[in-house]
Design a protein around this ligand. Structure first.
Ligand SMILES: N[C@@H](CCC(=O)N[C@@H](CS)C(=O)NCC(=O)O)C(=O)O
Length: 233
C-alpha cells in the first residue's frame, strides 16, 4: 500500500496520474497547502521541502516503509516498482529521462513563475511578467517542435515524461500563462491525446472540487508566499 500526500495542483497530479496508471494500491492523504498543512512536522518528516507530492511506500525496497519526495523521483520510483512507463532499453530510457528532467528543471519552475507573476503577485512587475511569459512561450515552442515528429515527448510511446508534463498544460492551468494553444498545434494535439486516458482523468479528478486557480485567500497567500513559508523550522 502506498500513501499519497497530495493536493490538486500540477505537481500533485503528476503523482496521482502515475499511481492511477500503475495500478498500484494507494490511499489519499490530503495535505491542504492553502491552510499550511505542509508545515506540519509529520509531513516534513516525509517531505523536508514542505511541498507536495510525496509518497510513503509501506512495502519499500527492504520491505520497510519508504518515503519519497520530489515529483520526478516519485515518478521514477513508481515506474520501477510497477515496471511501466520507463523503458529498460538504455537509449529509450535516457530519452525518457531527458524529457523528465526537462520538465522538472524547466517546465515546472518557469510555468510556475509565469503563473505567479501573471496571476498571483500582489503587484504588477512588468519585467518578471515578460521574462517568465517569454520563457514559458519558448518552452511551449520546444515541445511543439518535438511533437511535430512524434506522438509523445520521448518518442512514440507514452512515458513518465508525459505524465510529468501534462498537468502543467491542462486547460485550467494554461489559463494562467495567457498563451494561445492554437499557436502550438502539435502540443495542443498531445494535450488532447493525453486528456483522453482514463487514468489521467481519474488522477486529475482527485479532490478536483477544492482546486482553486487565482485569487488566493489571505490565509493561502500567507501559507504559500508569506512569512510562514520562510520562518525557521
Ligand atoms: N520540485 C517539487 C515542487 C513541488 C511543489 O512546488 N509543490 C507545490 C504545489 S504544486 C507545493 O507543495 N507548495 C506548497 C508550498 O509552497 O508550501 C516537485 O517537483 O515535487
Amino acid at each position: 500500500m502506498i500513501d499519497l500526500y497530495y493536493w490538486p495542483t500540477p505537481n500533485g497530479h503528476k503523482a496521482s496520474i502515475m499511481l492511477e496508471e500503475s495500478g498500484l494500491d494507494y490511499r489519499l492523504r490530503s495535505v491542504n497547502i492553502l491552510e499550511g498543512e505542509q508545515f506540519e512536522p509529520a509531513f516534513l518528516a516525509i517531505s523536508p521541502n514542505n511541498r507536495i507530492p510525496a509518497i510513503v511506500d509501506h512495502d519499500g525496497p527492504d520491505g520497510e516503509p519508504f518515503p519519497v519526495f520530489e515529483s520526478g523521483a516519485i515518478l521514477m520510483y513508481l515506474a520501477e516498482k510497477c515496471g511501466g512507463l520507463l523503458p529498460q532499453d538504455p537509449a529509450a530510457r535516457s530519452t525518457v529521462l531527458q524529457w523528465l528532467f526537462f520538465q522538472v528543471g524547466n517546465v515546472g519552475p518557469m510555468f510556475g513563475q509565469c503563473g505567479h507573476f501573471l496571476g498571483y503577485a500582489p503587484e504588477k512587475v512588468p519585467y518578471a511578467m515578460k521574462r517568465y511569459q517569454d520563457e514559458t512561450r519558448r518552452l511551449y515552442g520546444v515541445m511543439d517542435r518535438v511533437l511535430a515528429g512524434r506522438s509523445y515527448l520521448a518518442g512514440d510511446v507514452y512515458s513518465i515524461a508525459d505524465v510529468a508534463t501534462y498537468p502543467w498544460l491542462m486547460p485550467k492551468i494554461r489559463e494562467l500563462h495567457q498563451m494561445n494553444i492554437d499557436d502550438f498545434p502539435h502540443l495542443r494535439d498531445w494535450v488532447e491525446r493525453i486528456a483522453e486516458r482514463p487514468a489521467v482523468q481519474r488522477g486529475t479528478a482527485l479532490l478536483a472540487d477544492v482546486m482553486k486557480i487565482g485569487s488566493p485567500s489571505e490565509e493561502a497567500r500567507e501559507a504559500l508566499f508569506g512569512e510562514r513559508q520562510f520562518g525557521k523550522r
